[in-house]
Design a protein. Structure first.
Length: 74
């Protein structure tokens, strides 16, 4: 159930990333609520990708899915 909630939330974030030529792929979520994602496209090589990951994706996921403790890029 947690995985599905995270995937739905990522689908809500995806259009903003795609507007800038990037995207995000769900990789996994562990029992501690750590979500692993892969930034692709323009986001994969952008120098601001860590800020996008933490300030954008992580903040949104934590708000939408309270069980999420953090988001990491792989």
């Amino acid at each position: 159930m947690l995985e599905e909630q995270v995937k739905v939330a990522l689908d809500n974030v995806r259009p903003s990333l795609q507007a800038d030529g990037g995207d995000v792929e769900f990789v996994s979520v562990d029992n501690d609520g750590v979500v692993s994602v892969k930034l692709t496209g323009a986001c994969g090589s952008c120098p601001m990708s860590q800020m996008t990951l933490k300030m954008g994706i992580e903040n949104y996921l934590r708000k939408e899915v309270p069980q999420v403790s953090s988001v990491i890029g792989v």
